[in-house]
Structure formats: C-alpha cells, structure tokens
Design a protein around this ligand. Structure first.
Ligand code: PPS
Length: 200
C-alpha cells in the first residue's frame, strides 16, 4: 500500500546552498563499504577527526551505532540489510541537505543497495570508498571475535563467511588497508574530499 499519495512536500526556505555559504564548504556523503574488520570504523573516525580539525562540519554514521538506535529492529538477513542501507541513505541525504559532510561506515554488502543510495544524491555528492582488505587478514585481525563465532556457527549470515559481499566496481576511492597505514588512507581521503567540497 502506498502511504504517500496524500502527502505534499513542504518547500524549505533555507536551502542546502545557504548552508554551504554559512559553513564555507559544500556538503557530501562519504560512503565507506567493506568487510567486518577491514578498517571502516578506524578510517571513518580518523577521517572525521581530521576534517573537524580543519573546521569542516561533519557527522559520522557507523553501522554498530545506528543498529543500536534507529535500526535496532533490523537483523542481518538480505532484506534487513537492504532496509538498513535504505534508511541510512535517507538519513545521509538529510545531513547533506543540512550542509554537512556525512561519513557513512556500513558493510553495505550489496552493490544494488549502494547504487540506489548513490542515486539519491546529486552528481559528485556521493563518494564511495572501498575499504579493501583480504578476508584472511580480516579474520586474523578479528577485533570483535566475530569471525571466530561465525566459523563456529554461533553467528549466522556473517558477511564473507555465510553471507555475500559484493565489492564496488567503480569506487571514487579504493583503500588497501592491509598494505597501507590508516593515516595514509585518511590523508588520501582528506585531499580528495577537500578538492570536492571547497567553495569556488
Ligand atoms: S550491513 O551489512 O551494512 O547491514 O551491516 P552494518 O549495519 O554495517 O553492521 C555491521 C556490524 O554488525 C556486527 N555484526 C555483523 N556483521 C556482519 N554480519 C553479521 N552477521 C553480523 N552480526 C553482527 C559487526 O560488529 C559489524 O560491524 P563491523 O564494523 O563491520 O565489524
């Protein structure tokens, strides 16, 4: 059933461009995708710190945090992950409309869902970052002990073990966290991002 037919969109008087002028930079969604243990949260938090230091208005949406609040009703089936990403894309869009650089760190395993997220944004506003690390390295790191549990069968539908991960085909940034230190990955992102959000 379509619940939207009797709704009328309210036209906002303070626009995204007004926020850009007020903040002194454009907004964007930096979308980090990758396996559990690949380094998404490490890079996302370090990136936010670097941007904050430079006076950029940011907010970080991290999978575990959002799943403890807004998305606490969702599990890890394909359907629930899709709904997780749909909601996060909508929330990210709101942050971008509000002039913020939103950093999004979710496994977001399905290409179609990430492409649908991208489609909600204007050209150049959505930057996909592939946080790439071979699964055996993620398993070795196993910072939360989740791979061990997945292998033992006490966590089901675990990404890379018993649930798929579809790597991006054309990400704006491709980080190899097994080969490069987090600082080097973050420096690359900061440089690329500043180019895009600086007002002319
Ligand atoms: S998804 O696929 O985008 O909906 O996942 P996300 O919202 O990013 O949540 C991933 C974090 O949830 C924990 N966790 C699991 N991950 C993958 N598969 C299963 N079955 C699972 N169960 C719990 C885990 O802490 C993930 O965080 P990261 O930071 O990726 O390790």
């Amino acid at each position: 059933m379509d619940h939207t037919s009797n709704l009328t969109e309210v036209k906002l008087t303070v626009t995204k461009e007004d926020f850009h002028r007020q903040n002194g930079h454009r907004s964007a969604a930096i979308w980090l995708t990758g396996l559990s243990g690949a380094g998404k949260s490490t890079i996302a938090t370090a990136l936010e710190t670097e941007l904050y230091r430079r006076g950029i208005h940011t907010y970080l949406l991290d999978g575990d945090n959002v799943r403890l609040g807004l998305n606490r009703d969702l599990g890890f089936s394909e359907e629930d992950r899709r709904e997780n990403i749909r909601r996060v894309a909508e929330v990210s869009k709101l942050f971008v409309e509000a002039g913020t650089v939103v950093i999004v760190a979710f496994i977001s395993p399905y290409r179609k869902d990430r492409d649908e997220a991208r489609a909600r944004f204007e050209e150049g506003e959505f930057l996909e970052v592939f946080v790439d690390c071979p699964i055996d390295v993620c398993e070795e790191r196993d910072p939360k002990g989740l791979y061990k549990k997945a292998k033992a069968g006490t966590i089901l539908q675990f990404t890379g073990i018993s649930s798929p991960y579809e790597p991006p085909l054309h990400p704006e940034f491709h980080l190899r966290t097994d080969l490069n230190a987090p600082e080097a990955c973050v420096a690359l992102l900061v440089e690329g991002l500043l180019e895009r959000i600086t007002l002319q």
